[in-house]
Write a protein that binds this ligand. Structure first.
Ligand SMILES: [Zn+2]
Length: 248
């Protein structure tokens, strides 16, 4: 499926950039992105991927919208309280590009429905749940699916992309070999700056476009941002010989 005339008008200012060759545009329209979690990171991330010309998006979130979401989860407004995040997100995103194909699941990803991620060009995990991240990472390693981990707590952001190429094992578990049930700081308990969530979404969107269109090499690169200090670091992640997933 090609972009429609309407879409060429919507994306006109971006598609005139020299990076967006006819080849890059053709590549972009065929990508199928899955975003797990439509919270502080997932909202700007999904909005900016659709705004950047991503046509095929699958989104997952079983949560209902609460008042304490409104300061950073920009797809939702006060009238949406109590409604499902995935359904409201789909409606809002279609208002930017009515010709995009958005599949919305009003459920969280767990051990029993990981197969819904199969066939994704990239799986992006913004769940803020260590247990869920661990099972998504394992599923993507076993099935050689590209996996992006994105998190923000307080004023700090960590985003890392793992290409999961066969024969070159480097994964989230290599980077953070914590137990599945470890009690890490979460936004719910220690708080999150609205700006940090927004920047995390945008940086994750840029890294996704970078790897899809080969704008920049993001393979196994951990991007760390101290939002308050406007400080960004890029660190190359290496294989951890003790990683339990090395055998895959
Ligand atoms: Zn590993």
């Amino acid at each position: 499926m090609n972009y429609s005339d309407l879409e060429y008008e919507i994306f006109a200012r971006q598609f005139i950039l020299k990076e967006y060759s006819e080849e890059a545009i053709t590549k972009l329209k065929d990508q199928k992105i899955s975003i797990i979690g439509l919270g502080g990171i997932g909202c700007p991330l999904s909005q900016y991927l659709i705004s950047s010309g991503i046509k095929n998006l699958t989104i997952f979130d079983g949560d209902k919208i609460e008042k304490n979401n409104l300061n950073r989860q920009m797809l939702y407004s006060i009238d949406d309280i109590g409604k499902n995040k995935a359904h409201i997100s789909k409606n809002k995103l279609l208002k930017t590009n009515p010709n995009s194909n958005i599949e919305a699941y009003a459920k969280n990803i767990n051990e029993n429905n990981l197969n819904l991620l199969y066939g994704s060009s990239v799986v992006i995990d913004t769940t803020d749940s260590w247990h869920t991240s661990k099972i998504i990472n394992k599923y993507c390693v076993i099935n050689s699916i590209k996996y992006m981990f994105s998190s923000a707590v307080g004023n700090h952001i960590q985003v890392c992309f793992f290409p999961n190429k066969t024969g070159e094992h480097i994964c989230l578990n290599c980077l953070f070999p914590n137990k599945d049930d470890v009690d890490l700081p979460r936004c719910e308990t220690v708080g999150i700056s609205a700006i940090a969530a927004g920047i995390a979404g945008l940086v994750t969107a840029q890294k996704t476009i970078n790897l899809l269109l080969n704008f920049n090499n993001e393979n196994n690169i951990l991007t760390l941002i101290n939002v308050m200090m406007a400080e960004i670091n890029r660190i190359k992640v290496k294989n951890n010989k003790d990683c339990l997933l090395n055998k895959y």
